[in-house]
Design a protein. Structure first.
Length: 262
């Protein structure tokens, strides 16, 4: 007959082995549940990405359709009619700009912050590049692609669209603008530009145009926001020199009936 102590030891070994198997099965079951949950979450993310891609395609198609409609209308105008349209557009901008200048809102004495100055430098370097809806550079931009990338170059991440830039960033009075601030246009915040001082902004106006310098009042003002409200202005600041032809071309940006998202 075997030693009772030996039998007891063997029984304990068997119990430990059984308990180990149970624990292993539980861990495997838990791993399967976690894997299933991760797969479920991955499917949700993929579904959201597909929905976003479909929405972006729909929006892009809508913009292109409206652009073709505008181009078709412009194609029916004579040279004299186009010249008169440009004159009226400029006349409206001049009146609005003169009113801002007279109010003292566009003081050139306010310096940029270090990051604001970097954002201005970047924006000015993009002058002449074409507008492409949804583009974030480096070869083309839309309006908020330009402003977000200008600030990204300065080390600060901004919301991607003009509407979110208007909604999330700190609002400042137009009469307190400093270089680097963002100027937002139209009642639904469908257009945005970067203020560079002296009453001027750099903007990517609309399809068919290029990044350019415009008067701050070139489109109907909604207000202004500041990406770095906690930063102190530099004691001295000199704006970068503008390239030749920086202000050539139309200043008209997207109104709320022109684009689904700037």
């Amino acid at each position: 007959m075997r030693d009772p102590e030996y039998a007891l030891d063997q029984g304990q070994v068997v119990q430990r082995l059984a308990a180990g198997r149970v624990a292993t099965m539980r861990r495997l079951g838990g791993a399967e549940k976690r894997a299933a949950e991760l797969a479920k979450q991955s499917r949700k993310v993929l579904d959201r990405q597909r929905a976003l891609a479909a929405r972006q395609k729909k929006d892009r198609d809508a913009v292109q359709t409206r652009l073709k409609r505008v181009e078709g209308l412009l194609a029916t105008l004579s040279t004299d009619q186009l010249a008169e349209l440009a004159r009226l557009e400029q006349e409206g901008t001049d009146k609005a700009q003169d009113a801002l200048v007279a109010s003292g809102a566009l003081s050139s004495a306010r310096p940029a912050t270090a990051q604001g100055g970097e954002a201005v430098r970047y924006a000015i370097e993009q002058i002449g590049k074409p507008y492409v809806w949804g583009a974030e550079g480096p070869d083309s931009f839309d309006c908020s692609g330009l402003t977000s990338q200008a600030w990204a170059s300065a080390g600060r991440t901004l919301p991607r669209t003009s509407q979110e830039q208007w909604r999330q960033l700190r609002k400042v009075p137009v009469n307190a603008l400093r270089p680097g601030d963002l100027v937002v246009y139209f009642p639904k915040a469908t257009h945005v530009a970067l203020y560079i001082g002296n009453g001027l902004v750099v903007q990517a106006p609309r399809p068919g145009s290029r990044v350019k310098v415009s008067p701050v009042a070139s489109n109907p003002l909604l207000g202004a926001v500041r990406p770095d409200p906690e930063s102190a202005p530099l004691t001295t600041y000199e704006a970068p020199e503008l390239p030749e032809g920086a202000s050539e071309g139309s200043d008209e940006g997207y109104g709320e009936t022109s684009a689904p998202d700037a």
